[in-house]
Ligand binder design. Structure first.
Ligand code: SF4
Ligand code: SF4
Length: 76
């Protein structure tokens, strides 16, 4: 499952877009809005965007096979 962004918490900093190693967020035409995840099938559940979101706006549901290597993010 791709990340879910809570719009009400997002401050549109786009750290998540910039750090995603597989570019699942893709090109964002408007940098002042909550990002859109354009390529959700590319997400490999590394949790980097969840870790780095300063607003704690991103959550991730990890598929069962990926739970084997999942590292949880600290509570925000
Ligand atoms: S890192 Fe968090 S606050 Fe910043 S744009 Fe992404 S979801 Fe929004
Ligand atoms: S969990 Fe990792 S691969 Fe998936 S969108 Fe976030 S940074 Fe990209």
């Amino acid at each position: 499952m791709p990340p879910i962004i809570k719009k009400e918490k997002c401050i549109a900093c786009h750290h998540c877009v910039d750090i995603c190693p597989v570019d699942a967020y893709g090109l964002q035409e408007v940098r002042k809005q909550t990002p859109v995840i354009r390529y959700p099938e590319e997400c490999w559940h590394c949790n980097a965007c969840v870790f780095d979101c300063p607003a704690g706006a991103i959550s991730l549901r990890i598929p069962t096979p990926a739970m084997m290597v999942f590292v949880d993010a600290p509570g925000k």
